[in-house]
Design a protein around this ligand. Structure first.
Ligand SMILES: [Zn+2]
Length: 387
C-alpha cells in the first residue's frame, strides 16, 4: 500500500515548478504529489483508453507507469488513439506511446512491457504495480486482468466503450465487488460486438479513459470517493451519466466465499476466441487462398458493409459475391445451393452469423473464413489494407 510519509520520495525543484497546480490543491499538496511520485500504475493496452490514460497519468507525475501492448499502430486507430501520430503508422504502439510519454514528462519512469498478457506472465507483471488500469477491448484480457488483480489483491480500474456508450468502475475484491461478481462468465463469442464491428465515437475513449485516470490518481492519493461498488454509465448521444450500485456476490467464482477459480486459466479458450480444432466449417485464409488458386468451385460471400468494401476486398472479383449481413435473409434465393459458399467478413463473427442463417435455410456446403479479411491481409496478401 501507500508508503509512510517518511519514505516518500522528495520532489526536485523542476518537479515543484511543474506540479504547481497540484500543490495548490489541499487534497493533493506536496505529500500527495510525493505519493503520486511513489505510485506505480500498470496500463493494459495502448489504444483508445490507454492513450488518454497514459497521457494524464504521466502529466500528473505518477512515478512509474507500466504499459502492456503488442499491437502496431494502424491508420484507423488515429481517429481516437490520441497518443499516436500519423508518423507512427505501422510502428509498434508501445514504442510510439513510450516516446510520447517520455517527452511529456521526463521526471517519470515509463516501463514498456512488450508482451501479449496471458496466464503465463500476468501475475508477475501485475504484482509489480499498486493500481492496474484495464484499457483493453476484448473479453479474454478483461477476465484475465480481473482474475490476476483478485489473486494479487490489486485494484482494477475498469473501462469499456462501444458506439456512443461507455462504462467505468473500480473493482477491488478486498473491499468490494470484482468484474466476475457482475458477469461470472464471458458472453458466448460473437454476441457482444466490438468497436471494429460496431464502431465507436472517437472522443468516447477520451471521456472514459480520463475517468479511469482520475480514479487511478485518487487511489494513489487515498482521497475522495472512488467507483468501488458503483458502475458509471455514460451515454454520449444523450449526454447523460447514470450510476448502478454493485454488490459483492458471495457466490462469485473468484472472490466469493467458496471460490472455484484459484489460478489463472486459458482466457482465449474461456471466451471461445480460439478456433475449435474440430470445427468442420472453419477455413483459414491460407487454405482459402490455395483453394481459389487451384480453381476449386467455391463462391466467396462477403457479408461486410459497402464502406468496408471500399477499403479492402479479395482480389478474386468474379468469385466474390457481396451481400451485407443485414440483407442476407431476404436474398437467400440468389445463392447457389450446389456450390461451396465461403462466408467472410472483417474478422469472422458476422460471417459466423451468416453461416447459421444459411444453415437454417438448408444450405449444407458452408465454410466460414476464420479471422475474416483481416486474417487474409495478415497471412496471405499484406497489400490488402487492414482497418
Ligand atoms: Zn467477484
Amino acid at each position: 500500500m501507500r508508503p509512510a510519509d517518511a519514505t516518500l520520495p522528495e520532489l526536485s525543484l523542476p518537479e515543484l515548478r511543474r506540479y504547481g497546480r497540484h500543490l495548490t490543491l489541499p487534497e493533493v499538496g506536496e505529500t500527495g504529489q510525493m505519493r503520486l511520485k511513489a505510485g506505480r500504475v500498470l496500463v493494459v493496452g495502448a489504444g483508445g483508453l490507454g492513450s488518454p490514460l497514459g497521457l494524464y497519468l504521466a502529466a500528473a507525475g505518477v512515478g512509474t507507469i507500466g504499459i502492456v501492448d503488442f499491437d502496431a499502430v494502424e491508420e484507423s486507430n488515429l481517429q481516437r488513439q490520441i497518443a499516436h501520430g500519423t508518423s507512427a503508422v505501422g510502428q509498434p504502439k508501445l514504442g510510439s506511446i513510450v516516446a510520447r510519454l517520455r517527452d511529456l514528462n521526463p521526471h517519470v519512469s515509463i516501463v514498456p512491457h512488450e508482451a501479449y498478457l496471458d496466464r503465463s506472465n500476468a501475475l508477475e507483471i501485475v504484482r509489480a504495480y499498486d493500481v492496474i488500469v484495464d484499457g483493453t477491448d476484448n473479453f479474454a484480457t478483461r477476465y484475465l486482468v480481473n482474475d490476476a488483480c483478485v489473486l494479487e489483491g490489486k485494484p482494477n480500474v475498469y473501462g469499456s466503450i462501444l458506439r456512443f456508450e461507455g462504462q467505468a468502475s473500480v473493482f477491488d475484491a478486498r473491499v468490494g465487488p470484482c468484474y466476475r461478481c457482475l458477469f461470472p462468465e464471458p458472453p458466448p463469442p460473437g454476441v457482444v460486438p466490438n468497436c471494429a464491428e460496431a464502431g465507436v465515437l472517437g472522443v468516447l475513449p477520451g471521456v472514459i479513459g480520463s475517468i479511469q485516470a482520475t480514479e487511478a490518481i485518487k487511489l494513489l492519493l487515498g482521497t475522495g470517493d472512488t467507483l468501488v461498488g458503483r458502475l458509471l454509465l455514460y451515454d454520449a448521444l444523450e449526454m447523460r451519466f447514470r450510476e448502478m450500485r454493485l454488490r459483492k456476490d458471495p457466490r462469485c467464482p473468484i472472490c466469493g466465499e467458496n471460490p472455484s477459480i484459484r489460478e489463472l486459466v486459458d482466457y482465449e479458450e474461456l471466451c471461445g476466441v480460439k478456433r475449435p480444432a474440430a470445427d468442420p466449417n472453419a477455413v483459414t485464409a491460407r487454405e482459402l487462398a490455395e483453394r481459389l488458386g487451384r480453381g476449386d468451385d467455391v463462391l466467396v460471400v462477403d457479408v461486410r458493409e459497402p464502406h468496408e468494401l471500399a477499403i479492402s476486398s479479395l482480389p478474386h472479383g468474379s468469385r466474390v459475391l457481396h451481400m451485407p449481413l443485414r440483407t442476407l435473409p431476404g436474398r437467400v434465393a440468389e445463392l447457389p445451393r450446389e456450390r461451396t459458399l465461403v462466408l467472410m467478413c472483417h474478422r469472422g463473427s458476422r460471417s459466423a452469423k451468416a453461416l447459421e442463417i444459411l444453415r437454417e435455410q438448408g444450405f449444407t456446403r458452408l465454410l466460414n473464413l476464420t479471422g475474416g479479411i483481416d486474417a487474409w491481409s495478415r497471412d496471405v496478401d499484406s497489400s490488402v489494407p487492414r482497418y
